[in-house]
Design a protein around this ligand. Structure first.
Ligand SMILES: [Zn+2]
Length: 537
């Protein structure tokens, strides 16, 4: 026992001294198809995604898979990455994205540069309703990253019955059921809802439970942007859990947060509801982006009844003076209930009729374009902007203590809620450029809120386990070679609310299915991404 232990350490000592470079570097030898590996990563400090402490080993990659973990002679491969001084981890899996437009930006650079190798889209009730076609496009339009999708209740409901504020007829229910079932057959990983958005907001709990039962039969999960993240967040969590319990499927609560100032500090209660459900044997997990601001549409501030039937209908209703007054009154009351004194917490991310509004708050804009800047005028400004087509917004509505308390929970995964970003287009939320790097730089290295190993687990094996990616999310022989190489002492997010279009630092290599999509800090032209369909479909 003692002897084998000592010889192990002797071998270990010899092995760590044989590397000479202190920086990672990529080198090529002669290509030779008889070689055991396509690529060898040497001197890696591996954080394997399980949460276990790091260990040192070489990785041999062959045909897109991790073929061997151990000590490997680099001459066994045509390519070598010396990862000395760096961390090698499984590629990050971002389970909460909105990348329906990814085929127009197939490099998905903002994700790759955060170390993300797999995306789950179709969140918040909005997805393609033809999952087979959506995932199948990857054949003609290869992507840098792996792509997976949920089938979304809101999109299905809209296709079946428009944007009406009513219950579906039996025929419409059948149509929705058929669309959801087809989506699952085509490989969706679950059902998503967006219960603050039109038309998802008009659905009662039973309508969702009924569709979730179909999803349960196919082994999918239920991912929800809940009905409320403010004053009624507790009720909303209970509704989500109830749907999972009655339909018999796991529940993923999307972008878990408290977004009403009045409710700040209530995370022990909201987290407690999830813990209690888990203690009862229910599979409930959450995801989170690590900022104190959210981002969604401008009309999410407006009453849902106003928006029934869609945008044109809402605009028509607003033309009526009495209706408009009622809207202003309700919005004032809502603002007061949430604890914000005015709309200075609401920043414009993108407003097409006047891009000079981008990056400014509703309070600032109101002062600029109207003579008075009081709350009534701010609400009138919001309504005017809605009538002109609406806007994308960033809302500074959260509290850092709540963000941190949620992050520490073992069932919380890290997800961006972002789309694919085009550099310098509008002033979007920085989460799409910085989320994963921010966890590693700020919350691991600077604040010691999480260990490196636990942070990686929240970005890799936990999302893989929850969404059913059985051969990803861990560094294991036989698993897909989705990997990220970064310097734990350097990794940092650079994107800010003022200047969001900045990539993180410290992430130097990203591999997707063994293909190098980021090498030596540079994007490559490789597009090795795969469509990930629910296991068994
Ligand atoms: Zn959402």
């Amino acid at each position: 026992m003692m002897r084998s232990c000592c010889s192990y350490f002797l071998a270990f000592a010899l092995w760590v001294t044989y590397a000479t470079s202190s920086f990672s570097s990529l080198s090529y030898a002669n290509r030779d198809s008889t070689l055991a590996y396509d690529l060898v990563i040497t001197n890696a400090r591996i954080v394997d995604g399980s949460g276990n402490p790091w260990f040192r080993a070489d990785l041999g990659i062959k045909d897109g898979r991790i073929a061997r973990i151990g000590r490997i002679d680099p001459s066994q491969a045509s390519k070598t990455i010396d990862a000395r001084g760096q961390i090698v981890a499984p590629g990050f899996i971002d389970v909460h994205t909105h990348v329906e437009s990814i085929y127009s930006l197939p490099a998905a650079e903002n994700f790759v540069r955060m170390g993300v190798t797999t995306l789950v889209t179709g969140n918040c009730g909005s997805s393609s309703t033809d999952v087979g076609q959506f995932l199948g496009r990857i054949k003609e339009k290869p992507l840098a990253v792996n792509l997976s999708t949920l089938i979304a209740h809101g999109s299905v409901r809209r296709q079946a019955m428009g944007s009406d504020d009513r219950e579906p007829t039996p025929d419409e229910t059948k149509k929705m059921e058929a669309l959801v079932e087809q989506g699952m057959k085509d490989g969706a990983v679950g059902l998503s809802t967006g219960l603050i958005y039109v038309p998802g907001t008009y659905a009662k709990t039973d309508e969702i439970t009924n569709l979730a039962r179909i999803v349960a039969r196919y082994g999918g999960l239920y991912a929800t942007h809940m009905r409320n993240e403010g004053e009624k967040v507790g009720d909303a969590i209970r509704e989500s859990i109830q749907i999972g319990e009655q339909a018999g499927l796991p529940v993923e609560i999307s972008h878990f947060k408290i977004s009403s100032k009045k409710m700040w500090g209530q995370t022990p209660m909201t987290i407690g509801l999830v813990r209690d459900a888990r203690a009862r044997g229910l599979m409930v997990t959450v995801d989170q982006y690590v900022y104190t601001a959210s981002s969604t549409s401008l009309d999410s501030r407006m009453p849902t009844w106003l928006r029934a039937g869609g945008f044109e209908e809402g605009k028509k209703r607003l033309a009526d003076k009495a209706t408009r007054e009622r809207v202003v009154k309700e919005m004032k009351e809502g603002l007061k209930r949430s604890g914000f004194k005015d709309y200075s917490y609401a920043m414009v991310a993108s407003y097409q009729p006047d891009p000079s509004f981008n990056g400014k708050s509703i309070a600032e804009i109101t002062k600029q374009v109207r003579s008075k800047g009081d709350v009534t005028n701010q609400i009138e400004q919001i309504l005017t902007m809605y009538e002109a087509g609406g806007a994308g917004m960033v809302y500074h509505g959260m509290n850092e203590d709540d963000v941190q308390r949620i992050m520490r929970e073992p069932f919380t995964m890290i997800a961006s809620d972002s789309g694919v970003r085009e550099v310098n287009e509008s002033v979007p939320h920085p989460r799409g450029y910085g989320n994963n790097a921010r966890v590693l730089g700020r919350y691991v290295r600077e604040l010691h809120l999480l260990s490196l190993e636990d942070a990686i687990r929240k970005m890799t094996s936990l999302p893989a386990q929850t969404f059913g990616f059985r051969d990803r999310g861990l560094v294991r022989e036989g698993f897909a070679a989705d990997l990220v190489i970064f310097d734990e002492k350097v990794v940092v997010d650079k994107a800010t609310f003022e200047k969001p279009h900045q990539y993180p630092a410290g992430i130097s290599y990203v591999l997707v299915n063994g293909g190098l999509v980021l090498a030596n800090d540079q994007m490559t032209s490789e597009r090795p991404g795969q469509a990930l369909r629910r296991s068994g479909s």
